[in-house]
Design a protein around this ligand. Structure first.
Ligand code: PEP
Ligand code: MG
Length: 906
């Protein structure tokens, strides 16, 4: 049997989005659950792939299409290409993943010189007929025949100018007839051929154009940006749907809706509609639509039906739906539905509320929120104490606040964005081809269009701030400026937009961090109950520990002790320790550091009690605490010049017999500073290493200067003893960095045991803590079974382990060649961000297995940056890790991701 490429809406499998695309599958499903969908059929994604592969439609497709057109004719009583009651269709794209506006759609297909009079007669509306015709010619011309839009726009504007009208509605049938004829000439002139009049030829060209749009630049860019891989969506389906018209009169309308408010998640009717208009008018933002609540007054019965439709959609899909509908002569048709793209606030709220309403279970409530999207909730909002007056107001289309330089086209946004500047893309309205400008911008501002306009939908999907329809702003893209009353905004001027209120301000306004909503707290509490993996934070100071706790960290997985040395009162002591010429001098410096570290540890343990705190012994190379060689050389040069000045000044004062009148610096004082700097310079040169990241750091440092580690271990254990004495239940862990062999661990462990005995007897308490190893060298992975003989826990330092596995410098790779590697697909992701499961992951898996062969209850975690990345977290769960640790603001993301990892593993 030959392959089936075409399915009618009443036969297609609504679950098979891969084959039928999301839109096609949903049209089939909606038809089959009894919703009023205009009849139609779907041409499969398989046909698309074969077409793109062979540059020809697969054999038999057109015959199948022909048979399905016949079925449509039977269902509707209309004829495709018919003179009296012509069947018109829309030809729409739709892949397995929703890619709003990225591919092409053609409406009113089937119009020509023969069918147009039929349409006019049938609707008894000449103006409507010509309006449909000119729209078709333009859309078909642009999409299927690559005629530039501007050529049509110029003709259209010319007719409006001649007619003396501003808006489309001011044009009568004769004007629109003139427009249609001009458009036909535009196509003929541009393509060298007359506009195709055969309706089947139109259909064939349109199907091919939609298939081709899968490989169009904007679709490819979109897939790359959103990591849509072929196994997620491969090719687009084509939906051929009977046209229904929302622009046949005042008993017609078209609209788009969300089953809940996509900005807040509130369970309410949400959407916009336009009476006597075609769907594109709402989406493109050409006319500013009315909020759906107004329909209650204007068309009460249809509003009731719309509420019913919304309830049925959500009840069936058990997910917030983003739907489109048309009312043709008081009959409501549902044209499309898909899962609603909402911002994180709305996703979280609707998850909790849909669970409470009994619509979904807890598992679904957790899984429907993408952990990465929680990042949006960490976005800043405007500091409410600012007193600035808004420059203009638009619709609050996508929440969040953003400041940046105005740019008036997407290309410029991309150039400046890539150069690291913050920009706000300001447009009259946006189109899908502006997508690269969205990626590069902090926020989007448009002067036209509603909350469901292209700009609003795309910005919301990206979690970027957007103010839409700020009609008080006149945007002049060509002269790269905008005017608001008598104020002119030029390219480069800084503005701030507030996507939560719709306000637009001149200049930059301070922002503040958001707070957790009750719904988010609830969702994350469910996540914690569900997850197996614990989520710790990387935090180095008491302040950071407090922050980590506020994000719900279950402990500290990495406390980098060296970060405690960076405060201004501590650095000089650390420098003293490094410059020490002998053990005695070093010990003197360490004695000063001990109480400081001990107090820090005590405070952190207390804040986190009874949660575990993993303290890592000193890791970085010493020279990181000293100025650079260049800096010291410069300073020495300056000091030597200064010494000459001081000498001159003293000589002058002496000659004038003014000795004693100068309170200024003496030569001896300058000499002392010079001597200290020279010592530092010698030390810097002594410590110099070609490759410091692979050099004298970590446990190597701890073994060559054992007194440093001893001071730190003493600090940790004394803090533990003091906490225990005060009745605070603390769970410290001592972690050794950069380990390559069990010998190193053993030596440090001996020092720990010695100090433990001394401190236990001094404080009269038995200390409770764990001793463990970081796993961040390849050799440590291979010797894991031996390390586990000494260590009670392992923590993967995947920053260094990635560096070591790839031989990529973690300092340089991301600014040098890595972008090229990811752009060209040589590497799928940046391995310093997303755990390299195939390489680094294999080492990790082996390490866990070997370690647990020796110690079956070995606790294992990860504390490299990848520990906060959802897909990496899933892998950590898979290989049996006990916890992940990441920066504090990523903790909520990791908590949800840990729950996902557990649910997806089941
Ligand atoms: C690591 O290497 O992954 C790690 C956490 O340590 P650091 O980044 O401090 O080297
Ligand atoms: Mg490291």
């Amino acid at each position: 049997m030959s392959k089936k490429y075409v399915y009618s809406f009443s036969e297609g499998d609504g679950k098979n989005k891969h084959l039928l695309g999301g839109k096609g599958a949903n049209l089939c499903e909606m038809t089959q659950i009894g919703l009023n969908v205009p009849p139609g059929f779907v041409i499969t994604t398989e046909a698309c792939l074969e077409y793109l592969d062979r540059k020809a439609l697969p054999a038999g497709v057109l015959e199948e299409v022909g048979r399905h057109v016949q079925l449509l004719e039977e269902k509707t009583g209309k004829r495709f290409g018919g003179e009296h009651n012509p069947l018109l269709v829309s030809v729409r794209s739709g892949s397995a993943m929703s890619m709003p506006g990225m591919m092409d759609t053609i409406l009113n297909l089937g119009l020509n010189a023969t069918t147009l009079p039929g349409l006019i007669k049938q609707t008894n509306n000449e103006r409507f007929g010509y309006d449909a015709y000119r729209r078709f010619i333009q859309l078909f011309g642009k999409v299927a025949l690559s005629v530039p839009d501007e050529l049509f726009d110029e003709e259209f504007d010319e007719v409006k100018r001649q007619a003396g009208v501003k808006a489309d509605v001011g044009l009568n049938a004769a004007h629109l007839k003139d427009v249609s004829e001009r458009f036909l000439r535009v196509v003929h002139h541009h393509t060298g051929k007359p506009f195709p009049s055969d309706v089947f030829e139109q259909l064939e060209i349109a199907i091919k154009a939609v298939f081709n749009s899968w490989m169009g630049k904007r679709a490819i860019d979109y897939r790359r940006e959103f990591h849509i891989t072929p196994d997620m969506a491969n090719g687009t389906a084509v939906n051929v749907v009977t046209m229904v018209f929302g622009n046949m009169g005042n008993d017609c309308a078209t609209g788009v809706g969300f089953t809940r408010n996509p900005g807040t998640g509130e369970n309410e009717m949400f959407g916009e509609y336009l009476v006597n208009a075609q769907g594109e008018d709402v989406v493109a933002g050409i006319r500013t639509p009315k909020p759906v609540h107004e329909m209650k007054e204007e068309m009460p019965e249809l509003y009731r039906q719309l509420v019913e439709l919304r309830d049925k959609l959500e009840g069936h899909y058990k997910e917030v739906q983003d739907y489109e509908y048309t009312i043709e002569k008081s009959t409501l048709y549902c044209l499309q539905t898909r899962n609603g793209k909402m911002n994180a606030t709305a996703m979280v709220r609707s998850s909790v509320e849909m669970f409470n309403e009994g619509l979904i279970d807890r598992e679904r409530a957790l899984l429907r929120v993408n952990p990465d999207h929680l990042e949006q909730l960490l976005h800043p909002c405007l500091d409410p104490s600012h007193h600035q007056k808004p420059l203009a107001q638009g619709l609050p289309a996508s929440p969040g606040a953003a400041s940046g330089r105005c740019v008036f086209d997407a290309d410029q946004a991309e150039i400046l964005g890539r150069a690291g500047q913050k920009v706000i893309l300001v447009r009259e309205e946006t189109k899908p081809e502006d997508i690269h400008g969205f990626f590069a911008s902090q926020g989007i501002l448009t002067s036209r269009g509603g909350k469901t306009s292209h700009a609003a939908v795309v910005a919301r999907g990206m979690g970027k701030a957007c103010v839409a329809g700020a009609e008080g702003i006149k945007v002049h893209s060509r002269s790269r400026q905008a005017t608001i009353g008598d104020i002119t905004l030029r390219e480069g001027d800084i503005i701030t937009i507030d996507g939560s209120t719709g306000d637009v301000y001149l200049g930059e306004i301070p922002t503040i961090e958001p707070t957790f909503s009750e719904e988010l707290k609830t969702l994350l509490a469910w996540a914690d109950e569900t997850a197996q993996l614990k989520v710790m934070a990387n935090a180095d100071t008491p302040v950071a520990a407090q922050l980590a706790l506020s994000y719900g960290a279950m402990g500290i997985g990495l406390c980098r002790t060296e970060r405690m040395f960076n405060a201004t009162d501590r650095l000089p002591i650390v420098v003293e320790m490094i410059l020490a010429r002998n053990l005695e001098e070093r010990q003197a410096a360490l004695d000063k550091l001990l109480p400081i570290q001990r107090e820090d540890f005590k405070e952190i343990f207390t804040i986190m009690a009874p949660r575990p705190v993993t303290v890592r012994l000193l890791d970085p190379p010493m020279h990181e605490f000293l100025p650079s060689e260049h800096q010291l050389e410069d300073e020495l040069r300056a000091l030597e010049q200064y010494r000459t000045v001081v000498r001159g000044r003293i000589a002058a004062f002496g000659a004038l017999n003014l000795a004693g009148t100068s309170e200024n610096v003496t030569e001896e004082q300058v000499n002392a500073v010079i001597a200290k700097k020279e010592l530092m310079l010698r030390k810097v040169r002594e410590l110099y290493e070609v490759n410091p990241m692979l050099g004298h750091r970590g446990v190597r440092l701890g073994l060559t200067y054992p007194e440093i580690y001893e001071m730190q271990i003493r600090g940790i254990l004394e803090a533990t003893a003091q906490c225990q004495k005060e009745g605070i239940q603390v769970t410290p862990e001592i972690m050794v960095p950069q380990v390559i062999t069990s010998q190193e661990l053993r030596l440090v462990k001996e020092s720990v045991d010695k100090l433990r005995a001394e401190i236990e007897s001094r404080y009269g308490t038995k200390l409770s803590f764990r001793f463990g190893s970081m796993i961040e060298t390849v050799r440590a992975c291979t010797r894991a079974h031996e390390l586990a003989g000494i260590a009670e826990f392992f923590s993967f330092g995947t920053n260094d382990l990635t560096q070591a596995t790839f031989s990529f410098s973690r300092e340089d790779a991301e600014n040098k060649f890595l972008p090229l590697y990811t752009e060209h697909g040589i590497l799928h992701d940046n391995p310093f961000e997303v755990l390299d499961v195939n390489g680094v992951g294999t080492l990790m898996q082996m390490t866990v297995e070997r370690g647990r062969q020796t110690k079956s209850d070995l606790k294992v975690g990860i504390c490299g940056e990848q520990g906060g990345h959802p897909a990496s977290i899933r892998f950590c769960q898979k290989i049996g890790l006990n916890y992940v640790s990441c920066s504090a603001p990523r903790v909520p993301i990791a908590r949800l991701a840990a729950a996902h990892a557990q649910l997806l593993a089941q």
